[in-house]
Design a protein around this ligand. Structure first.
Ligand code: DC
Length: 207
């Protein structure tokens, strides 16, 4: 059983996907963490994430088991991630890793931008989770704030909008709902309500 959970930054898809994996006893992969780890690795070695050679080398050297969860959650790593994620070679380099993860038994929940469209087009259930940019920026700002970031909410909103633009407009694997995805607007939903709505969709789809 494969559940694909796609959507824009800070839509709540990560929290939701993790809870779904626990509920259905499936493995969980945050595919965005892979792009963040690649971007962060380039930054950590003093390189420029826009340098395709450096980004590809980092993608090829990526070891999903060794990702530093704290280092990849900064705003800088998020920005670097969206830059390297626009590179076809980087996406291809980490596609196999994602597909192997999805193929494990009894199944997996993967969240990202292109899980339902590219990584797992045959997923049993596809969700596309979204919320307004203002609500997503507010959520991300609360999250960054609690980890000591001094960014203002307006700056975070700008960043959210810029990343939406880059994610949706890139030529390869742009962020868009798969035609067979179930759309879930979490703007006015609590985490619990979004979870209940997703479980209802999945249970219905799985019969
Ligand atoms: O979901 P996130 O903020 O951790 O994602 C970080 C960046 O990686 C974001 O700009 C989009 C990109 N990404 C992607 O292109 N494809 C995915 N499957 C997951 C993330």
């Amino acid at each position: 059983m494969i559940v694909a959970v796609d959507g824009p930054a800070a839509s709540g898809k990560g929290t939701l996907a993790r809870a779904l994996a626990r509920h259905y006893r499936l493995a969980y992969l945050d595919t965005g963490s892979l792009y963040r780890a690649v971007g962060q690795a380039v930054l950590a070695s003093g390189g420029d994430p826009a340098d395709e050679k450096a980004a590809l080398a980092a993608a090829e050297a990526l070891d999903a088991a060794k990702i530093d969860e704290k280092a990849i959650r900064t705003a800088e790593a998020g920005h670097a991630a969206s830059v390297v994620a626009a590179m076809p070679a980087v996406r291809t380099a980490i596609l196999g890793l994602q597909r192997r993860f999805a193929a494990q038994k009894p199944g997996a929940v993967l969240d990202g931008r292109d899980v339902g469209t590219v990584v797992c087009p045959d997923a049993n259930v596809k969700l596309f989770v979204f919320a307004s940019p203002e609500i997503r920026a507010h959520r991300r700002w609360l999250e960054l704030n609690s980890s000591g970031s001094a960014l203002s909410e307006a700056q975070v909103l700008e960043d959210v909008k810029e990343r939406d633009r880059r994610d949706a407009e890139r030529a390869i694997s742009p962020m868009k709902p798969s035609p067979d995805a179930h759309l879930l607007d979490t703007s006015d939903l609590s985490i619990e309500a979004a979870f209940d709505a997703a479980v209802a969709i999945i249970d219905k789809a799985m019969g």
